[in-house]
Design a protein around this ligand. Structure first.
Ligand code: GLP
Length: 249
């Protein structure tokens, strides 16, 4: 596991964009796994800037997002579909038919989950999966306790996660109680993983994930078992790591 500590959020975003750009340069038809949340917003802004500058060609990539709120149609302003449109897809030439997010309003959510897994497999698997991390160590919407062999499925959200995401909704009680999320196994099958963490609110989760025991109680700790993980964090998110842990720069 490679750990990089960025000076600030700007540098974190640039370093993350360097990773994504390198994967796409090596394989123009790369399959990218993408994340939502505040953390990757700077990464997406960098990708948009590089695409506009002609430095990054996203015309052949395929994307799969980690998750979507159950029950939200793509038109809902707090849907992850809208988030991805606003921060990335509206501004770059990724082909519409190669953009994948689970449909929150699928009439048969279980069938939607199965189809999502099948679509990832049909695309040849994910080359690079971008991840944020929840304050409780969740990845995607795999909350503490999520089995390591889980695949895309309907999951319950914890009160903590609903509260953390309430800022995107008009009222806290509008935050859905469930989501469709890639599973831990789905994530672990990605050939490379890029975990981003920013701010002191993530410090405890980062320390537990990177240096604690591998346990379902801290979903991100499973990443210790993946052969190709890069963690890019700012100093605040790295604040509870043992001093030597940031030295793999
Ligand atoms: C949500 C998303 C996660 C994300 C997490 C952290 O729960 N499902 O994929 O990593 O939020 O979000 P933020 O980056 O805003 O802290």
């Amino acid at each position: 596991m490679q750990q990089l500590i960025a000076r600030d959020y700007r540098e974190l975003s640039r370093l993350a964009a360097d990773r994504v750009s390198a994967v796409v340069a090596e394989k123009p038809a790369a399959v990218l796994g993408l994340a939502t949340g505040s953390t990757p917003i700077g990464l997406y802004a960098e990708l948009v800037a590089r695409s506009r500058a002609g430095e990054l060609d996203l015309r052949q990539v395929t994307t799969f997002n980690l998750d979507e709120y159950l029950g939200l149609p793509r038109t809902h302003p707090a849907s992850y579909w809208q988030f991805m449109q606003a921060h990335l897809f509206r501004h770059v030439p990724v082909r519409a038919e190669r953009i994948h997010l689970p449909r929150g309003d699928a009439p048969d959510p279980e069938a939607e989950c199965r189809a999502y897994e099948a679509a990832i497999a049909a695309a040849g698997g994910i080359d690079l999966q971008v991840l944020g991390i929840g304050g409780n160590g969740h990845i995607g919407f795999n909350e503490p306790g999520a089995p390591f062999d889980s695949v895309t499925r309907v999951v319950d959200l914890t009160a903590e996660t609903r509260a953390a995401n309430a800022r995107f909704f008009a009222r806290p009680d509008e935050v859905p109680r469930q989501a469709i999320s890639m599973g831990i196994r789905t994530i672990m099958q990605a050939r490379r993983i890029l975990l981003l963490a920013s701010g002191e609110g993530k410090a405890a989760a980062v320390a537990a994930a990177l240096t604690g025991p591998v346990t379902t109680a801290v979903p991100a700790s499973v990443l210790q078992r993946h052969p190709d993980v890069t963690v890019i964090m700012d100093a605040a998110a790295a604040g509870l790591l043992p001093a030597a842990a940031g030295s793999g720069r």
